[in-house]
Design a protein around this ligand. Structure first.
Ligand code: NAD
Length: 445
């Protein structure tokens, strides 16, 4: 925060040291219910906030622009960028610079690439990091950011396996103690059409919930062709969406949005799941190991069911939506469209989408930072990621899986080490194809 930086920086405590010390103090302050130093340190809208972006792809580019353009704190600068691949850093730098001009101040020394790039970006003189990498890397990157005392915006989902979820939970508790703010990219939670309907459901407008439905049905996703000079690790990280250890499969990677909304409506998480799925169409050599469809029946503690469907196959019915059915009516929300509330015997009520939640989620985060208020979206984001992983465990295994089995699972999908020469957890067979889960055979948790 430049306004608090003493004139002679040689004599001064560095910004990082300041934050380190203030967050230590914050843990104590939190115990006595006071406003933590880490939080109060940013409690003026004029303070400068320095940001590092980690993961410079499509969402990282969007998140950087939204953070820089947030409505609460105008004095925000992007000062460091990191991605596994240098070309992604360069493309993203051009795109963000074009839209945000003087708010981008990333020198060559603060552009990092490689699988350890997050460590270098986090070590820069920054207040906040945006973690927009694929979810398999999220637990270790979030843990490192919290350890270094950085505020965090991280994309959903927050992990791809049980051990990863538990790592996020532990780091989140640490962040709370340190007074660090943590936002998670469940943008639907920040859209008017969802907030209005969720509030009415919680107020009992459609009576008691009887069942829920959720859909993320869409077309096939991108493929980045293998290049002759790539190691297997480089190939898989470039094509991360096709590998369960990095992406979680699309029930985790995409459908987590809808599962999160259903958990929000239900104000809890399922306790059990059973389901089925497979690879029917998207099963070429370059389509890795993930399924192209999943159908799961989740059960909440009180017996209420959530029927969940996700598919990534071209030429089929598409839907990105959530639906809640109660004893007195129902609610339907289109992810990118409007929402509808139908109470029996009354005129239907509708809400337009309103402002894009991708922007509002940053406005809300920075408003909390400016006000010195606590902010942590991890608790429910962890439940939503775990719900999606539970669903995948059910479809991969073909068996009933309980929440407790899933969250306590020791099945660690991550590689033993992260380097371009390291062997990934899955490798292709002699025919070039990757083995995929086989219901009835696969041990999925
Ligand atoms: N909230 C939303 O609406 C929304 C929309 C799109 C994507 N996302 C999420 O954002 C994340 C990224 O998705 P995307 O669409 O931007 O993908 P992307 O492929 O466009 O970008 C991911 C970037 O991360 C980089 N990367 C991979 N491994 C890395 C590592 N270990 N360290 C540093 N960089 C690494 C890749 O090279 C790539 O540039 C995913 O978790 C996805 O679910 C959220």
């Amino acid at each position: 925060m430049s306004s608090h930086r003493p004139a002679d920086s040689r004599q001064a405590t560095s910004r990082r040291d300041f934050l380190k010390h203030s967050t230590t103090a914050a843990a104590g302050a939190a115990l006595i219910g006071g406003l933590s130093l880490a939080r109060s340190a940013h409690a003026q809208g004029s303070d400068q906030i320095k940001i590092a972006l980690i993961g410079c792809g499509g969402r990282g580019t969007g998140a950087a622009v939204e953070a820089l353009n947030n409505k609460a704190m105008p004095n925000v600068k992007l000062v460091a960028m990191a991605d596994a691949f240098r070309d992604r850093v360069d493309n993203c730098y051009q795109a963000v610079k074009l839209r945000c001009q003087e708010k981008v101040d990333v020198s060559e020394e603060r552009k990092f690439s490689g699988l350890d790039c997050h460590e270098k970006a986090i070590a820069c003189d920054v207040d906040m990091v945006l973690l927009c990498t694929p979810p398999g890397f999220r637990p270790m990157q979030f843990e490192a950011a919290v350890k270094a005392g950085r505020h965090v915006f991280m994309e959903k989902p927050v992990a791809t396996d049980g051990p990863g979820v538990r790592k996020i939970m532990a780091a989140s508790e640490e962040a709370k103690k340190k007074g660090l703010l943590v936002a998670v990219g469940h943008h639907l939670r920040h859209e008017d059409k969802h907030r209005e309907v969720a509030q009415r459901i919680h107020d009992g407008a459609i009576g008691e919930l009887k069942y829920l439905r959720a859909y993320f049905n869409t077309g096939a996703i991108w493929v980045r062709p293998r290049k002759a000079d790539q190691t297997e690790m480089q190939y898989q990280v470039r094509n991360w969406y096709h590998f369960t250890w990095i992406c979680g499969d699309h029930i985790v990677e995409q459908h987590v949005h809808d599962l999160d909304v259903c958990n929000w409506f239900k104000q809890g998480h399922p306790v059990e799941a059973n389901g089925m799925g497979g690879r029917e169409v998207c099963k070429a050599k370059d389509q890795g190991e993930i399924f192209d469809h999943h159908a799961v029946e989740f059960t909440y503690e009180d017996g209420v069911k959530l029927f969940s469907y996700c598919r990534q196959i071209n030429g089929c019915w598409s839907s990105f939506s959530e639906h809640a059915h109660g004893t007195k009516g129902f609610a339907s929300i289109q992810g990118h469209g409007s929402s509808l509330l139908q109470i029996d015997g009354q005129e239907p009520q509708r809400w337009r989408r309103g402002e894009d939640g991708h922007q509002v989620e940053h406005d809300d985060l920075f408003a909390a930072l400016a006000a010195g208020k606590p902010y942590n979206e991890c608790d429910w984001a962890v439940d939503s990621t775990m719900t999606a992983i539970l669903g995948r465990m059910a479809t991969y295994s073909g068996n009933v899986v309980t929440w407790d089995q899933a969250i306590n699972s020791d099945l660690d999908l991550q590689p033993k080490s992260y380097s371009w020469d390291a062997e990934p957890p899955v490798t292709p067979g002699p025919d070039g194809y990757y083995a995929c889960a086989i219901p009835g055979v696969t041990k999925a948790w």
